[in-house]
Design a protein around this ligand. Sequence first.
Ligand SMILES: [Zn+2]
Length: 103
Amino acid sequence: MLAPVDDATRARMQKWADTHWKHGACSICSSNAWEVGQDLAEMRPYSGGSIVLGTGVYPLLPIICTVCGNTLLVNAIAAGITDRGPPSSEEPPEEPPDSTPPP
Ligand SMILES: [Zn+2]
């Protein structure tokens, strides 16, 4: 599933691709027409075949062959694009803004 990213994250995605991605022939169609995805993707850890909510995800940068759709996934944390996934269920939720007027 693709998750929307902010402009700063999108800039880090493109910078990573510009400095690290050397391109090369697609392993499926042998073309050399790659495109950096516009959003990060995510992958869940395997949990015995069940979907477990609140476990966090691996954020991934998709690199897509524009000819056949072959997609390579780069770990966005290891690439320095993002420092973490969403908060896990073990972290306390953010405090809601205080809507109570002062006394
Ligand atoms: Zn291809």
